[in-house]
Design a protein around this ligand. Structure first.
Ligand code: DGJ
Length: 584
């Protein structure tokens, strides 16, 4: 049996979803439904897509499935002949998307409409039906608020409002327009719209929402030829959209696995079960173009689509296993997951690298809070008992426990809940080697750099600790709490590096190297200088030193104090200098 026959046509075979192969319907005919959307309704999935005869647009197909594998052809839900241009007598329908209007009880289909002679009309066609599978009746064609609109989709928000997303200004920008209450046109009272992702030339929008956050997948603009995928997100649908990374992370990510995005479907039954849907176009015969459907993970907080040769829905069985904790508890074990690749920090053949979830290689780390410091942990690799160590700010290694600060790691908070994981000695942070995030890529340390992949989420195994509180990582509250932590950290870090708070006229300056060495500069002072060190929290005096002024002198507080926050007071005949110092 050829591979193509095994795809969908014979559902009995394991892993029936074979991305990029020809997929057959329940009657053995090639599925003809491109630029699709899939809608779940009353226990069944409905797959709508462009029906083509060669290059010719025939209408919008509808297929139905109850298991997601075997698809029954219900015929054309809407025919191109229902929306012909009066002058050319032709029409082209692309990228149909269907949503349900709760107020009118109608199914509403938005389609990119052209007059059958090219892409100059750049309009949408709207059609409606009483039943999901149709038949759909022609409603109108128009340019959304007079904007040219080519690749397009519609997104229905959780509050029932719906939005049209269309590539506009000759595919330069993406226009987002609120639809009217009946979804049949764009809202006119007042016109509510915004242009996003300005100048980026994105096509192929696929919009979805997780918690309070909107996500979009897009392609670049290269006709039928594939290009690197793009992601973007926003906390407000009409607000500023942030550009994300290429959502594909494996071989052929420069062509989105030879596909172009069209839809993201959330599956029921798991939190983290999404399906990426794309088209692998055949530009000389669109009818024979194939479908690239792959699991999409939101576990890392960003959309990540990994390549699989073939798969079935059991890939989602453990999709919700690893979650972010509501808070990190000292003494507990955690895992790091890199945000762009959704891959675990792993230990493979003694290499610290990124790998897919794999019980034997996922690096399980016991976090131990460092006393007297905030946001700072030692991390003990559970299998070996060794500690993660920063070697010269470059390399990661596991070593027997020591008192060295090279085994201490500062978790620098990001708004999305991930961290920059930075060594206390070097300040350098966990980084993915190069720009590749593919399976097995090495991890090492580099300077903090926004352009590099340095975002790591902390996760725990919910199978091992089912009662542990989970972070609500897609909520507005979570982001607000993280922003607060960021502000607190800024203050904390300012304290760590604070220098030179000089009491007026004392002629002295106290500075800290941050690692236990405090320098009292009394070069301009005659006579004796006495230095007193007080514990900041209790005011308890912990040590004192006296030295002659007129020269620069160093006092090593590491000898008399443990890590913590202290107030250093230097007093001479000229007055006193006071400085807050943190010993790390
Ligand atoms: C890219 C679009 O995404 C497709 O839907 C189709 O319109 C092609 N361009 C036509 O070149």
């Amino acid at each position: 049996m050829s591979l193509s026959l095994m795809a969908f046509g014979s559902v009995q075979s394991a892993n029936p979803i074979v991305p990029g192969e020809t997929w057959n319907d329940t009657r053995g005919a090639r599925i003809n439904a491109h630029g699709c959307c899939v809608v779940k309704h009353d226990g069944a999935y409905y797959w709508f897509g462009e029906n083509r005869s060669g290059m010719t647009s025939m209408g919008v197909s509808c297929y139905r499935s109850t298991d997601f594998y075997s698809w029954e052809n219900l015929g054309l839900a809407f025919k191109t002949s229902q929306a012909l241009d009066p002058e050319t007598g032709k029409g082209t329908l692309e990228r149909p998307k269907v949503i349900y209007n709760d107020k009118t009880g109608k199914w509403v289909m938005y389609i990119h409409w052209e007059d059958g002679t090219g892409y100059g009309k750049a309009r949408v066609c709207v059609a409606t039906a009483d039943n999901i599978e149709g038949p759909y009746e022609f409603s109108s064609t128009f340019r959304p608020n007079d904007h040219d609109s080519r690749d397009q989709t519609v997104f229905k928000d959780t509050d029932g409002k719906a939005y049209h997303f269309g590539s506009t200004d000759m595919n330069t920008n993406m226009n987002v327009a609120l639809l009217s209450e009946d979804y049949l046109t764009t809202e006119q009272n007042p016109v509510t719209e915004t242009k996003i992702l300005l100048g980026l030339q994105y096509e192929a929008p696929a919009i979805f929402k997780v918690g309070d956050i909107y996500y979009g997948l897009f392609s670049g603009c290269t006709g039928w030829n594939p290009n690197p995928g793009h992601s973007a997100w926003s906390t407000e649908i009409m607000g500023t959209w942030n550009t994300g990374e290429n959502f594909t992370v494996d071989n052929e990510k420069s062509t989105t696995y030879r596909s172009q995005s069209t839809y993201v479907l959330k599956l029921d039954g798991h939190d983290n079960a999404y399906v990426y849907m794309g088209d692998r176009w055949n530009s000389s015969n669109v009818e024979t173009s194939t479908y690239v459907w792959l699991p999409l993970s939101m576990r890392s907080g960003y959309p990540v689509v990994k390549w699989l040769d073939r798969w079935d829905l059991s890939v989602f069985d453990d999709a919700d296993r690893f979650k972010r904790p509501a808070e990190i508890v000292s003494g507990e074990t955690y895992y790091f997951i890199e945000a762009n690749s959704d891959r675990f920090m792993s230990l493979s053949n003694n290499q610290i690298c990124l790998k897919n979830d794999n019980e034997a290689e996922n690096m399980q780390l016991r976090f131990v809070a460092v006393e007297g410091k905030q946001y700072t942990y030692k991390m003990q690799e559970v299998t070996s008992g060794k500690y993660l160590e920063d070697l010269f700010g470059k390399t990661l290694r596991l070593s027997a426990e020591s008192d060295s600060e090279s085994q201490q790691w500062y978790l620098k908070q990001n708004e999305d809940g991930t961290y920059r994981v930075c060594g206390v000695t070097s300040g350098n942070c966990l980084t993915v080697s190069g720009s590749s995030t593919s399976e097995g890529v090495a991890l090492y340390l580099t300077e903090p750099d926004d352009e590099k992949f340095q975002k790591f989420g902390v996760y725990f195994d919910t199978y091992a600790r089912p009662d542990e509180a989970v972070a609500d990582m897609f909520s507005a509250e979570y982001r607000a709490a993280n922003r607060q932590i960021m502000a607190d950290q800024e203050e904390y870090e300012a304290g760590l590096s604070s220098v030179g708070l000089v009491a007026a006229g004392s002629g002295m300056n106290i500075s800290s190297t941050g690692d236990g060495m405090v320098i009292v500069d009394a070069a301009g002072v005659d006579g004796m200088v006495s230095v007193n060190v007080f514990e900041a929290a209790s005011g308890r005096s912990v040590c004192s030193e006296t030295f002659p002024g007129g020269e620069s002198s160093q006092v090593d507080l590491g000898n008399c104090v443990a890590p913590g926050v202290y107030v250093v007071v230097a007093t001479a005949s000229t007055g006193s200098a006071v400085e807050k110092v943190i010993i790390r």
